[in-house]
Design a protein around this ligand. Structure first.
Ligand code: F6P
Ligand code: MG
Length: 478
């Protein structure tokens, strides 16, 4: 169930895989070590402190092994069924070393290995080393969060109002107007993926502002190099017209914080516009690729909205260090966040938005394996009108992170998840890795020709930074 096309490897100096293994992973591990070290030093229970020190040492050992190109050692059995799969794959791949191993598998192994240090402990089982980072970046998204809360509440009002501006419009005009809003909501959701933590290890407050907000979104439309939004809209519209009572949309989530916030903007919009009747969100079970959503991130986000004033007005550690007092929230801003909380909280309470974690999402393989190795998840996804895969890693997993010619059709590159799969796939991805498919002839060359877009040896540098995006649809029922 794997592709025969070779995968990107950490041994390839022209690939972002190589930069990741040599430069980025040590930085990410250092961040994790700092986090747990701080937590341990604040801990009063001696036994827990001792265990925390062992976890810190385990992370330091892992960092050493990466930096010194050691073998990837078998994972300790923490009782989860995926461990055997990881270890079998290590064997089958000939016990590889860090700097000569397929990128996708080794990066998954890295996060799974970190997770075993916690899952095999007594006192730190549910500790998320990335949680603080996720929250603090979300805090930095404040202007965009407030702007979007207001936009969402306005839209909610419009969708509920009977005297719409389109009262005298034709069916076709209404549909066009709806498609425009659908596209806007999807674009918000797409660009929310540009701000993930595993890539932007040095993101400043200003950088985050530049990536978010309506101005930058419009300017970024031309950077969507594959754009299948019209086909995705047509699918949902057709389902709505069919009169089917239950029409589900799934979102295979990527990052927590601002991206999860915009995922909920899209989810709420789809429900309120009638383009879907239920939304199923798929989070991870363990901390993953730094910023990915675990179920607790969802409740943390709702808690922020309900206590927005204290969240935004209490100085963070960073504010204190810089001697800055955060601006207070205006009454209107508070009201907007409160309304948003009530809206989302209501949809969740009614069971229209549900969370459905599954161990498959954190296995080491690509989604080519989904139909064979996760048959019940596969059967579940077939029930959905549209399964939206968010972000770079999901895209890499769909396409098996293989070295496709960039003009390969998306339907082909996703293998068993493509035509005939019975799953309607929509990938919303800002490009942060080499793999890209579905481009028109000559497009890759054009982008490589732009400043900083290519490298010696043919590196596809334009696709590494999150500046460009692909929106790819495949109707598995067609
Ligand atoms: O390519 C850089 C990277 O950090 C990869 O490790 C990973 O595929 C991805 O970006 C994470 O991004 P996202 O959160 O969009 O999946
Ligand atoms: Mg992610």
């Amino acid at each position: 169930f794997d592709t025969k096309t070779p995968q990107y490897s950490t041994s390839d100096p022209n690939s972002f895989a190589s930069v990741s293994a040599r430069d980025r992973w040590p930085v990410i591990l250092t961040g994790a070590i700092d986090d747990i070290h701080k937590a341990v030093s604040k801990e009063s229970d001696a036994e827990k402190r001792e265990e925390g020190k062992q976890i810190t040492a385990g992370l330091a050992k892992l960092k050493y092994e990466v930096q010194h190109d050691r073998q990837l050692s078998p994972l300790v059995d923490d009782g989860s069924p995926d461990i055997a799969g990881y270890n079998a794959e290590l064997k089958q791949r000939g016990e590889p070393k860090w700097f000569n191993v397929p990128w996708l598998f080794s990066e998954c192994y890295l996060y799974r290995r970190m997770a075993t240090l916690f899952s095999t402990s007594q006192h730190w089982k549910s500790y998320d080393v990335f949680s603080k980072q996720k929250m603090s970046t979300f805090r930095s998204s404040r202007p965009a969060v407030i702007e979007l809360a207001a936009r969402y509440n306005d839209l909610t009002k419009q969708l509920r109002s009977t005297d719409s501006a389109l009262a005298n419009a034709s069916e076709e005009e209404r549909e066009q107007a709806q498609q425009a809003v659908f596209t806007e909501m999807c674009e918000i959701c797409l660009w929310g993926n540009a701000t993930d933590l595993s890539l932007l290890t040095n993101l400043s407050y200003d950088d985050i502002q530049k990536l978010q907000g309506s101005e930058s979104r419009k300017a970024n439309e031309k950077n969507i190099v594959v754009n299948d939004f019209p086909a995705a809209f047509a699918t949902l519209k057709q389902a709505q017209k069919s009169g089917a009572k239950e029409r589900r949309v799934d979102i295979v989530l990527d990052n927590a914080g601002f991206e999860l916030f915009v995922d909920l903007v899209l989810a709420g919009y789809l429900l309120q516009s009638g383009l879907a009747t239920h939304i199923v969100l798929h989070p991870k079970n363990i901390p993953w690729f730094v910023s990915d959503v675990v179920p607790k991130d969802f409740s943390d986000l709702l808690n922020v909205l309900v206590q927005a004033k204290s969240f935004y007005e209490t100085p963070s550690e960073d504010d204190e260090a810089r001697g800055v007092t955060p601006q207070s929230l205006s009454d209107k801003e508070q009201q907007d966040l409160k309304l948003l909380f009530e809206n989302w909280g209501g949809l969740y309470a009614e069971g229209k938005i549900v969370l459905r974690p599954n161990g498959f999402w954190t296995e080491g393989g690509s989604y080519w394996r989904l139909p064979a190795t996760a048959p019940s998840l596969y059967a579940d996804l077939k029930e959905s009108e549209l399964v939206i895969f968010k972000g770079d890693l999901n895209y890499r997993k769909l396409t098996a992170d293989a070295m496709w010619d960039p003009t390969t059709p998306f339907a082909e590159a996703i293998g068993p998840m493509g035509r005939g799969s019975g799953v309607r796939v929509l990938a919303l991805r800002t490009c942060k890795a080499d793999v890209v498919v579905g481009l028109s002839e000559g497009e890759d060359e054009r982008l490589k020709g732009m400043e900083g877009g290519g490298g010696e040896g043919g590196a596809r540098k334009w696709a590494w930074s999150g500046k460009w995006a692909v929106v790819s649809f495949c109707d598995g029922n067609a």
